[in-house]
Design a protein around this ligand. Structure first.
Ligand code: C2E
Ligand code: CA
Ligand code: CA
Ligand code: CA
Length: 279
């Protein structure tokens, strides 16, 4: 933007200053928010497309700010990326997922899986494997209870290091999902190079899948390819019964979306499970 004249340069500069200031403010707020218990998780059910049985939950972070109200994770996680606060918050998220997994198993859901989103900073943290190992021992849970979700943003920073980390965690028994599949630049390269177990087709393809020919074709080809590679495929953002039927007919394994359930605040999880069991 620099060569568009002096004014532009000034605006560019101020914008950058504001972004840095915003990030610094966010970082200190996150620290306080953690201490004050303003974070929580919501858990969104994932359903087996054919049988409609509960497969697991994706854990989604929620921040209830005392003045600003609910802040979307999309509005603060990208800003905190690479900060040590995100690593700290990430540890909190992971521990919480272990607690929920244990609660669910205590309710008799022994096969339930929790999908955990990992940010870039968290994923290259050298302490991550030992942290996870310690939690598995503390909670006496098998690693197969957890699926770690990675996006292209998580992976591009340092691809060799990311693969090393994946191999270390796979050895412990964790599985990996590539999130937002199809939105990045090199999604296919990830499938080829990385020990991936699950592909999550991005919701932007699902929303218009029955109206938009291209989206539909992309989805069915992706499902076919992913299954031919022996991987599992999840469709997220499934909002209608018609989408669900079409995905199930085309052999999609798992569906996630508002049609079945919105993310459930953790305080309501118990009631949700009870209502499911009594159905
Ligand atoms: P994501 O990982 O792609 O998560 C799926 C998002 O789609 C969630 O938004 C979920 O609420 C929303 N969603 C699910 N089903 C539907 C549907 O049928 N229709 C529509 N319109 N939306 C649906 P949310 O919870 O706002 O999270 C946004 C993003 O923030 C996540 O996208 C993820 O990238 C990030 N995020 C959330 N929690 C965490 C976390 O614990 N750690 C990290 N690193 N990132 C997180
Ligand atoms: Ca995700
Ligand atoms: Ca996603
Ligand atoms: Ca996303």
């Amino acid at each position: 933007a620099k060569d568009n004249g002096g004014d532009q340069f000034h605006i560019y500069h101020q914008d950058m200053y504001q972004r840095v200031a915003h990030r610094v403010m966010m970082e200190s707020e996150v620290r306080q928010a953690l201490a004050k218990g303003q974070f929580s998780l919501s858990l969104q059910p994932q359903i087996v497309a054919k049988s409609k049985q509960l497969y697991g939950f994706e854990a989604l972070l929620r921040w209830k700010h005392p003045e600003k109200g609910m802040i979307s994770p999309d509005d603060f996680i990208p800003i905190l990326e690479n900060s040590e606060h995100m690593v700290e918050l990430g540890y909190w998220i992971i521990r919480r997922c272990f607690e929920h997994c244990q609660e669910l198993r205590n309710l008799g859901l022994n096969e339930v899986r929790i999908a955990i989103n990992l940010s870039a900073g968290q994923f290259i943290d050298v302490n991550l494997p030992s942290f996870l190992r310690a939690l598995l021992a503390e909670f006496n849970l098998p690693a197969k209870c957890f699926e770690l979700e990675l996006t292209e943003q998580t992976l591009v920073k340092d691809i060799d290091r990311a693969i090393e980390m994946m191999n270390a965690l796979k050895e412990i028994g964790f599985s990996f999902a590539i999130d937002d599949f199809g939105t990045g630049y090199s999604s296919l390269a990830y499938i080829k190079k990385m020990p991936v177990d699950v592909i999550k087709i991005d919701k932007s393809f699902i929303f218009g899948m029955l109206e938009n020919h291209a989206d539909y074709q992309i989805i069915i080809s992706t499902i076919a390819m992913v299954k031919n590679l022996g991987l599992k495929v999840v469709a997220e953002g499934v909002e209608t019964g018609a989408q669900l039927r079409s995905l199930a007919e085309n052999d999609c394994d798992i569906i996630q979306g508002y049609y079945f359930s919105k993310p459930i605040p953790e305080a309501e999880l118990f009631d949700f499970i009870k209502s499911q069991i009594s159905d």
